[in-house]
Design a protein around this ligand. Sequence first.
Ligand code: SAJ
Length: 432
Amino acid sequence: MKTICILGLGYIGLPTASMFATHGFHVIGVDIRQQVVDTLNNGDVHIQEPGLKTLVQAALHSGNLIVRAQPEHADVFIIAVPTPFVHANGNQDEVKHADLSYVQAAAESIAACLAPGNLVVLESTSPPGTTADTVVPILARSGFEIGKEIFVAYCPERVLPGQILRELVSNDRVMGGINRASAEMARELYRAFVEGEILLTDATTAEMVKLMENTFRDVNIALANEFARVAEHLGINVWEAIEIANHHPRVKILKPGPGVGGHCIAVDPWFIAEAAPDVTPLIQTARRVNDAMPGHVVELVKQAVSGIEQPVIACLGLTYKADVDDTRESPAMEVVELLCTAGLNVRAFDPNVTATVIPSQVHCLDDALRDADALVVLVGHREFKEMDSAFDISLVRGRLVLDVCNVLKVEEWERAGFSVSKLGSGGVTGKK
Ligand code: SAJ
């Protein structure tokens, strides 16, 4: 297994390709987006992730990583393409479905390159059964016997954006083979750089394991968000309550927030619901609880500025979570869009998002703060945590702050004359 062809050079495929290339393999990285191929061939990286650029450049300079638009013959093929869901046209009751077209196209594109002894690995998060029922039949068109001549496994990634390079090496992995020989081949391959434990199972169980992990997190966050809304009714501080509850040795409640975003946790629970819609009320409800959070944050903002004529609102943060540059499925973006749709005058700023992703976006903090009546912290970026009201205070017109992520040092802001409200914390303070 010396040559690996990796299809999809995104958040998972590119780090994985570079990791194999810097561990002695010859890697052909493939992406159907010509712009990605050109960017990488020019020595640039299209993804912001700590340490990634250095690793990719090392892989390219070593000559072990080459980037192409088409797959080529190899010993191993790894499919790491997106599996988005089909958006359900705003129908809240509908179960959303996975779009497997990228996985299918990738499998079709390698069918012609296969040779006996090859291992094909699917890494993309997929509904249970995808490897056996979708990928295997496509590969079988090659005429080779699947399981005897061509080995197939499902090996999901579990890395956390922001810590991808460290977690690629240190995390435990699950390798689900369509038979034992496939799982063992996959283990031998990933052993090249994985230092965590490698657990073997069948492909469908491995697909379900991946989805269960992210669904566990989604349901836990939904519970935290529901607690936040109850705390608002009761007039208590949910952040303090969660912190104290988490002192219990068997309790670990996650944090409330403006909703759940990104391309994993906001999507993956639907893949389980899709497989068994009638027996997944909890999973579906958790998704809807989290999806309702941007709307709830908008209500809190409206409440805070209700006494102000034509208020100007500075929204801080656009990404789906703190300290990343990714705005996919971002609840912060949804809050900004909803505020704009409600006719409010919004200026959104994110230090990590340099491209213009939304019309109300400005590209420096001062432009967001100038004449603002209220500041809404939507993402707990390092820059906002450290802001401490130490900016040029004369820029802002009002003194209202809504901290949705509980990241501000409230006492310092209050000392500077601001009135700080939080999600999940009693009543929202409006204009006095
Ligand atoms: N969030 C909260 N409260 C929390 C934690 C997160 O509201 O207490 C929100 C975040 O702000 C964000 C969303 O949830 O909008 C998801 O963020 P995340 O950090 O929980 O997860 P991701 O999507 O960046 O990465 C997840 C990870 N899965 C788990 O931790 C179980 C990662 O390990 C997976 O590899 C990744 O999904 C993936 O690719 O599936």
